[in-house]
Design a protein around this ligand. Structure first.
Ligand code: RB5
Length: 146
């Protein structure tokens, strides 16, 4: 699985921890920035990460900002993106099983590193259930055409 990673300055430190975790697990990823704690605008990072997924270059994305909210709102503007803000393991699992989320967002200023990495591990290892949930995803796709 190829993973696209990104954060603004508010999520920079957690993104670096996620990179170490992915390295340990031997998972392939690309870091789309930001590359320092200098202030930047989260939509500038959300867009290329989201597009890398809708273009099929990467399978899943992980985006981090201060809260996980702004960067997720921005990513969800791209048709085909289902970005889920998860700050607990139940939501992380459900976002994959029920919503087929293709981007996980988290807030560095909200949760600690230990919980964040548990969330990442569960989110990456949980498959979509399909069935009735696919019907609902299809209806979300229909809304994108309105
Ligand atoms: C940056 O200060 C902060 O607003 C951003 O990281 C994020 O929390 C926005 O939703």
């Amino acid at each position: 699985m190829k993973i696209a990673l990104g954060s603004d300055h508010g999520g920079f430190q957690l993104k670096e921890e996620i990179k170490k975790f992915l390295d340990c697990k031997g998972l392939e990823y690309k870091d789309f920035g930001t590359y320092s704690c200098d202030s930047c605008d989260y939509p500038d990072i959300a867009l290329p990460v989201a597009q890398s997924i809708t273009k099929g270059e990467y399978d899943r994305g992980i985006l981090v900002c201060g809260t996980g909210i702004g960067i997720g709102i921005a990513a969800n503007k791209i048709p085909g993106i289902r970005a889920a803000l998860c700050h607990d393991t139940f939501s992380a699992r459900a976002s994959r099983e029920h919503n087929n989320a293709n981007i996980l967002t988290m807030g560095e200023r909200v949760i600690g590193k230990g919980l964040a990495l548990d969330i990442v591990e569960i989110w990456l290892n949980t498959e979509f259930c399909g069935g009735r949930h696919q019907t609902r995803i299809d209806k979300i796709s229909d809304i994108e055409k309105v």
